[in-house]
Design a protein around this ligand. Structure first.
Ligand SMILES: [Zn+2]
Length: 627
């Protein structure tokens, strides 16, 4: 089984252990040995040393020790065979295996990696030279990519064709499918997986391409990004774009910046922050944390502010404890992403990374910045809302630091704050790990609704629309209707505000989860332009309405039923996707959608709708059925 002994010995002898370990920690020569901070445990003074001539390392702090193979096994979390393969790859040794089946499996894996490498080259060549890639080249130039960068990131172009790549590579269909480069269509023909997209090759941390992120050109059909599907090489909850290139920078700065997009990584690079990686179409997972902590235990999230604030707090704190990491959050200007900021104001991008706040602090400041600290009521509300966030932190000492700071800022005696915090911590929690920064008010004192709790309302278009109603009633009132919301909790919250006039007046009359949503949304300002919110919301409602109309037309046996309104709706929805939405068109759409939900409601309930009159809030049991 495994690799032939003599090959293992050859790999061990040929490996430069100082060069290997230097990829993970900085080593300095001290007499006969090399010394540095241990890559296996967190420390401030070096207790890790490497003996170059013996090919061994030892840590006097955590007692990790071994040879080059042990080092790779422990730091990369791989088995013996993989560790030897990693090292063999570094020194160009071709391994022989004792077991023929294993030999076959490893060979197939190597073959697929080689195929991916050829695909990257093929796509890259298309982007640079093919006449049909002109638009892609123009787009990249427009986004600030010069030819050096295109070469460095090995960007590619997947032509707008059925099978150009699979014919071009001429590999077995089975391999092309296994590597996610092609698929067999319904006609039984092998087809390219990517089509008409700019491709960002995603490498494993050893720099070998395992997948692609594909971006469409503006003004073309389809989702903005399409990524490789999970396969034998690529797993999206483990893959980190840019990790191979960023490794050294991460170790040197002892910090890794995690962002969301391929171009954000490029943006950080351009701003001389060569330690950024991106998750590929997913949020941060524990597997990502495991991969990153081997390079640095300081993880800085550079997400859009809303998403960072919304990141599942419980999971973050659990990871901090289990993996001894610290999570920080970069505060980006509202609506800005790192890619844009790198072009418009690289200095600001750099300083925002330097000023990253601990995760809890970031969340507390979001609550506090939205609070009204000039009135006693406002300060009490702010204290409550902030305590809910603080309560989630598992460490009592950490919580207490924040409590004292908040007591000061909200002018509440610290002991009273502590008592309140305990109250919040004892209060029953809803299931799920979504944000619940508003659960400050004591739930036990609220009337309990007769129905089960409604599903939680996550941040998104509907909660934005609710915030629009709370913070810009002049825009929302009269334009929106509770029936336009698909989420039962959002609809109930909207109804409550309509019925009682304000969230403050409503909270005493509604079920706790509705009060919670209102309290939370009321303390968070709307950082987006009201018209944009309205446009996004109308877009969402419009797409649902369109689907309904089309379904109804199909079932009515009359292919032309609603044809006119359907085509108008399509054109209007298309318009909404463009920047600088025309307000009149938007308001026309909103009025149409509002009339539509009122009418549908009247039809389905079999009576004449009461139209715009607010309905009694006790009806949460009804809205629950809309889910
Ligand atoms: Zn150690």
């Amino acid at each position: 089984m495994g690799i032939l002994d003599e090959d293992v010995a050859r790999v061990r002898e040929s490996t430069d252990i100082v060069g290997l370990i230097s990829q993970y920690t900085q080593l300095k020569r001290v007499g006969q040995r090399w010394s540095g901070l241990c890559p296996f445990h967190a420390e401030k003074t070096p207790s890790f040393s490497v003996n170059d001539s013996e090919g061994l390392y030892h840590c006097f702090g955590c007692r990790a020790s071994g040879d080059a193979i042990t080092f790779v096994r422990e730091i990369e979390h791989v088995d013996f065979v993989s560790a030897v393969e990693v090292l063999a790859g570094r020194c160009g040794i071709t391994l022989r295996y004792s077991d023929s089946e294993e030999h076959e499996g490893r060979r197939r894996h190597a073959r697929l990696l080689e195929l991916m490498e050829r695909a990257v080259e093929w796509y890259h060549d298309r982007l640079r030279t093919a006449p049909d890639a002109g638009a892609a080249r123009r787009y990249l130039r427009h986004r600030g990519f010069d030819s050096d960068e295109v070469a460095r990131y090995r960007l590619g172009w997947a032509p707008d064709d059925w099978d150009r790549l699979v014919r071009g590579l001429g590999a077995p269909a089975e391999d092309l499918e296994a590597a996610g480069l092609g698929f067999t269509n319904r006609a039984g023909r092998l087809q390219d997986f990517f089509r008409a997209r700019i491709l960002f090759p995603i490498d494993d941390e050893r720099g070998r391409p395992i997948g692609f992120g594909g971006r469409k050109l503006p003004g073309t059909e389809g989702a903005k990004y399409q990524n490789s599907r999970d396969n034998v090489l690529y797993n999206k909850s483990k893959a980190l774009y840019g990790l191979d290139r960023a490794k050294t920078g991460i170790v040197q700065a002892n910090e890794v910046v995690v962002c969301e997009g391929y171009t954000d990584v490029v943006g950080f690079d351009r701003a001389d922050i060569g330690r950024a990686v991106a998750t590929c179409g997913t949020s941060l997972t524990e597997d990502h944390v495991r991969a990153l902590k081997r390079f640095s235990r300081r993880i800085v999230l550079a997400y859009d502010a809303d998403e960072a604030g919304q990141a599942a707090a419980e999971r973050v704190y659990a990871w901090e404890q289990a993996h001894e990491i610290s999570v920080f959050v970069v505060h980006l200007p509202p609506g800005a992403d790192p890619d844009e900021l790198a072009r418009s104001d690289p200095q600001r991008l750099r300083s925002s990374v330097v000023d990253a706040r601990p995760f809890l602090s970031f969340r507390v400041e979001r609550v506090m910045s939205a609070a009204d600290l000039d009135s006693p009521e406002g300060r009490a509300r702010a204290a409550d809302a902030a305590l809910v966030v603080v309560a989630e932190h598992p460490d009592e000492l950490v919580r207490d630091q924040y409590v004292m700071d908040l007591a000061d800022r909200c002018r509440v005696p610290p002991d009273q704050m502590r008592a309140r915090l305990e109250q919040v911590r004892r209060a029953p929690r809803p299931s799920g790990d979504a944000d619940r920064r508003s659960r400050g008010l004591d739930e036990a004192e609220r009337p309990v609704s007769g129905v089960g709790r409604l599903p939680e309302l996550h941040d998104g278009v509907e909660s934005e629309a609710l915030r629009l109603r709370l913070h810009h009633p002049e825009v929302a009132a009269g334009a929106l209707d509770a029936r336009m919301f698909s989420h039962a909790l959002a609809a109930a919250a909207y109804r409550a505000v309509e019925a009682w006039g304000s969230p403050a007046a409503a909270v005493d009359h509604v079920p706790p989860e509705v009060a919670e949503v209102l309290a939370r949304l009321a303390v968070e300002p709307l950082e987006i332009d009201p018209t944009d919110v309205l446009a996004r919301f109308a877009g969402e409602v419009g797409r649902r309405t369109l689907a309904d109309l089309e379904a109804e037309a199909r079932s009515s046996m009359d292919p032309l039923a609603f044809a006119e309104v359907v085509s108008w709706l399509k054109v209007t929805l298309d318009h909404l996707r463009r920047p600088n939405v025309d307000v009149d068109t938007l308001m026309e759409l909103v009025a149409f959608l509002r009339a539509e939900v009122v009418q549908t409601d009247a039809e389905s309930s079999g009576n004449v709708s009461s139209g715009t009159a607010p309905e009694p809030v006790a009806e949460t049991s009804d809205v629950g059925e809309l889910e």
